[in-house]
Design a protein around this ligand. Structure first.
Ligand SMILES: Cc1ncc(COP(=O)(O)O)c(C=O)c1O
Length: 393
């Protein structure tokens, strides 16, 4: 099929929920993707923060092949080893106690919400059930996580949304106090807001929130779906804020392309869920966990993480050096980078970069977001910067 035929069939058979770029991608190698016309693109998207080890990584391919020959799925009615190995690894690295496996970021966040509510129910009764989230946050597309998402534009059409959520201003501890009452059981936040524009929270604000949560026995839930698994230069971004959350959700980079989500729980809430309280058919399946184990064994290496941090700093510096009136600000952590540009020009810039063979993402209303594979090389960063120089004139 040629390009036009593929697009026509997509229109005919798929719900039109996505605005796609006019490219049909077919294969990838490292940080490069190739379309059906054999045009090559430098991938600064990682499939929206997923392909942490790039495309066709030999260790991932080997793991998939070898696990496929053993078993792909057996259900949670039986013990399997990959899930236990990954859980042990996450618990030790994250200084947490127990893990629940899901399939996506939204599902992991749903699980955290359930734990926060049940923790409070068990201890304080039924009326302490409110979750505070940040304005401009993004937590997923299920009904609970859509409600948790603190952006009005997501609160349309699908009424009724769920009770028991309220929204506070990021980096404003006063606003948190204004919304704090006896019904609050949890606070959920991304420490670097991704979808709304790569906005890192202030260190002091996060410290204060963490102290307050401890003092009031409110569970602190950190959504690391986008920031986690090395993306920001540490395995979890909360390490950079010197806090220990009660619950942490993960997905995206954990499977480097294989769908897997998880949330980790601290001592306080590790046994809140007991048999029958929660479940999911695919969660923790041997294939996804075998891959997650391989990803973690590579990404958690301190020198790999250090490298992510350095490459991120280098990338941001090089973009800042571009002599351009279009770039208003460059910000981020590790290889999670936001370039603030004029709102009206953003889409044409992204389309021009695409034409020049550079895949980038948008975020918020005026940000070009970069989430390259963590294995990107300095040469590839230089190549990307050269292409940007041509476009950000
Ligand atoms: C911070 C954050 N949380 C949750 C999600 C939802 O993850 P998923 O699309 O895997 O459900 C996303 C997705 O972009 C995200 O960035």
């Amino acid at each position: 099929m040629n390009f036009d035929e593929i697009v026509a069939e997509e229109n005919q058979y798929l719900m039109s929920t996505y605005g796609r770029f006019p490219v049909v991608l077919e294969s990838g190698q490292g940080c490069t993707l190739t379309d059906i016309q054999n045009k090559k693109y430098l991938d600064l998207t990682s499939g929206i923060g997923v392909n942490s080890l790039g495309h066709n990584h030999p260790e991932i391919v080997k793991t998939i092949e070898s696990q496929a020959k053993k078993c792909l799925h057996v259900s949670n009615l039986y013990y399997t080893q990959p899930m236990i190995e990954v859980a042990k690894f996450l618990v030790e690295k994250g200084n947490m106690k127990k893990v629940f496996f899901a399939n996506s970021g939204a599902e992991a966040n749903e699980g955290m919400i359930k734990v926060a509510r049940k923790y409070s129910f068990d201890k304080y009764g039924k009326n302490r059930n409110k979750i505070l989230t940040l304005k401009q946050s993004f937590h997923g597309r299920t009904m609970a996580t859509l409600t948790a998402t603190g952006q009005d534009k997501f609160h349309n059409y699908f009424y009724p949304f769920m009770d028991g959520f309220d929204y506070i201003k990021a980096n404003d501890i006063g606003d948190l106090y204004d919304h704090l009452d006896d019904s609050v059981c949890g606070i959920m936040m991304e420490l670097v807001q991704g979808e709304s524009g790569v906005i890192p929270l202030d260190y002091d604000y996060v410290s204060k929130v963490a102290c307050l949560c401890k003092e009031k026995d409110i569970l602190l839930m950190v959504d690391e779906v986008q920031t986690g698994i090395g993306r920001c230069g540490t395995l979890f971004v909360y390490e950079q804020y010197d806090i220990q959350p009660d619950l942490v959700s993960l997905a995206k980079g954990l499977g480097s392309g294989i769908p897997v989500g998880a949330f980790m729980a601290s001592e306080k809430c590790k046994d809140v869920l007991s048999k029958g309280d929660h479940g999911t058919t695919f969660g923790g399946n041997p294939l996804s966990c075998a891959v997650a184990k391989t990803v973690l064994s590579i990404v958690s290496d301190p020198s790999f993480l250090q490298d992510v941090k350095k490459k991120g700093e280098y990338f941001m510096e090089q973009i800042q050096k571009i002599d351009s009136k279009i770039i208003k600000e460059v910000r981020g952590k590790g290889l999670m980078i936001g370039i603030v540009v004029d709102e009206n020009q953003r889409m044409s810039l992204i389309n021009q970069l695409l034409k020049d063979g550079l895949l980038v993402l948008s975020a918020g209303k005026d940000v070009i977001r970069l989430l390259p594979p963590l294995i990107i090389t300095y040469e590839q960063i230089n190549e990307a910067v050269e292409k940007m120089k041509g476009v950000f004139l």
